[in-house]
Design a protein around this ligand. Structure first.
Ligand code: NAD
Ligand code: MG
Length: 392
């Protein structure tokens, strides 16, 4: 029986994880659940999985939730303290980190510092604070199991091999809904267009990140920290079918890939049940009916976010945290109809240009960089894009 805390249980990954867990009650027990919104869903999850604790963001929601689940013995907490208690609960063996955005960093670190293994979906944890997080992982002797499908594929393709034999990591990317669109066409995309991912059903923020290809940029940084491979040996290839989830090329020319139908339950299940594989009820991969698998180079002109991410990790220090925070604010503004789609990379680049390089020594350095980038991004949006004045 594995005892789990689920951070972000009301999100796309959280719900998929609970679906896996519901099918294997003899294997998993839920100790803690957390959610920021959707109290109805969180209440239903509490009724169903009976965790010891649950947490929401604010006190008012905690009060409402307490009433909604008054028939259970679940203790309802709130705020960052509540999230950290859930992440680091004494009875938890593994914490699934599936909060979206840099908000996941502090609770994920709390889990690591408490000696918990982490199943990591929240890539922003490694993007913003990769060096500090990996240092804590090593110091605490815990393990990070990737949930991101590409990183799960790399993890599986690396197993049984020597890291010094790795020539490069090849991350695949679907290319998102605008893969074949010209820049002129992309000028008028709406949030509805951008949210309609061709292959994956995901939360709103990562769906926009997939459309700009910032998601792949964040994943390059995530792979760099997870597998200790320099970014100049991490390549991206567009693979519109999303069947090959990523590949590792070895020094003898052998390439090992992991394939499967695009469903997050596979990498989630592998992360929480490693080293075992559990029998999921998914349709089998039918390559004959798919017919062909294609690959192409990413176009950095049309998708500058990917290049911005490579530049940020090359610059190092707090640059990736600045990139990430500026991206979060730009994505939020795009979803709110305040800026056009093509303004997203412009805002991120402008904020990166304004930051003062610094090597983060403490978590506070990262949190400060995050706040700086959010403020700068909001300021730019308010001044340059107010009323849709600026043209991209
Ligand atoms: P989502 O928006 O569907 O869910 C996010 C969860 O975090 C929800 O439970 C929400 O209530 C909670 N949350 C939001 N803001 C919060 C805050 N400030 N503090 C605490 N909790 C907060 O997101 P998702 O698509 O499930 O993605 C979660 C993470 O997993 C992201 O980092 C994403 O990049 C990563 N990921 C997702 C997928 C996918 O298929 N959805 C795939 C790979 C990686
Ligand atoms: Mg991914």
């Amino acid at each position: 029986m594995k005892r789990l805390s689920l951070l972000g249980s009301t999100g796309s990954i959280g719900v998929s994880c609970l679906e896996v867990i519901a099918d294997f009650p003899e294997r998993f027990e839920i100790v803690a659940l957390t959610g920021a919104n959707n109290l109805n869903l969180l209440a239903a999850q509490i009724q169903r999985f009976r965790p010891q604790v649950a947490a929401v963001l604010n006190e008012a929601d905690a009060r409402t939730l307490r009433q909604m689940v008054s028939g259970t013995s679940t203790e309802i907490l709130f705020g960052m303290e509540g999230l950290m208690i859930c992440a680091a609960h004494a009875d938890t063996q593994m914490t699934l980190s599936a909060i979206v955005g840099a908000a996941g960093l502090v609770p994920t670190l709390a889990a690591i510092e408490a000696g918990k293994d982490v199943a990591l979906a929240n890539k922003e944890t490694l993007v913003t604070a990769g060096a500090l997080v990996m240092e804590a992982v090593a110091r605490k002797g815990v393990r990070l199991y990737p949930v991101d499908s590409e990183h799960s594929a790399l993890f599986q393709s690396l197993e049984g091999h020597r890291s010094r034999d790795v020539r490069r990591l090849i991350l695949t990317a679907s290319g998102g809904p605008f893969r074949t669109w010209s820049l002129a066409q992309m000028q008028n995309v709406t949030p509805a267009h951008a949210l309609a991912h061709p292959n994956w059903s995901m939360g709103r923020k990562i769906s926009i990140d997939s459309a700009t290809m910032m998601n792949k940029g964040l994943e390059v940084i995530e792979a760099h920290w997870l597998f200790a491979v320099p970014v100049d040996r991490i390549n991206v290839q567009i693979h519109p079918q999303s069947i090959v989830h990523s590949m590792v090329e070895y020094c003898d020319g052998a390439v090992i890939a992991q394939l499967g139908v695009p469903d997050m339950k596979t990498p989630i299940a592998y992360a929480i049940s490693y080293p075992e594989r559990i029998p999921l009820k998914l349709p089998p991969l039918d390559l004959c009916s798919i017919g062909s698998l294609t690959f192409e180079e990413p176009d950095l002109q049309r998708f500058p976010c990917l290049k911005l991410a490579y530049d940020a990790i090359a610059a190092g220090g707090i640059a990736p945290a600045v990139l990430n925070a500026a991206n979060e604010i730009a994505v939020e503004a795009f979803l709110a109809g305040k800026i056009p789609f093509l303004a997203i990379p412009q805002i991120i680049e402008a904020v990166l240009d304004r930051h003062h390089p610094q090597i983060p020594v403490h978590l506070d350095d990262i949190l400060h960089a995050d706040r700086f980038a959010r403020t700068e991004a909001r300021r730019l949006i308010a001044s340059d894009w107010a009323g849709g004045s600026k043209v991209c």
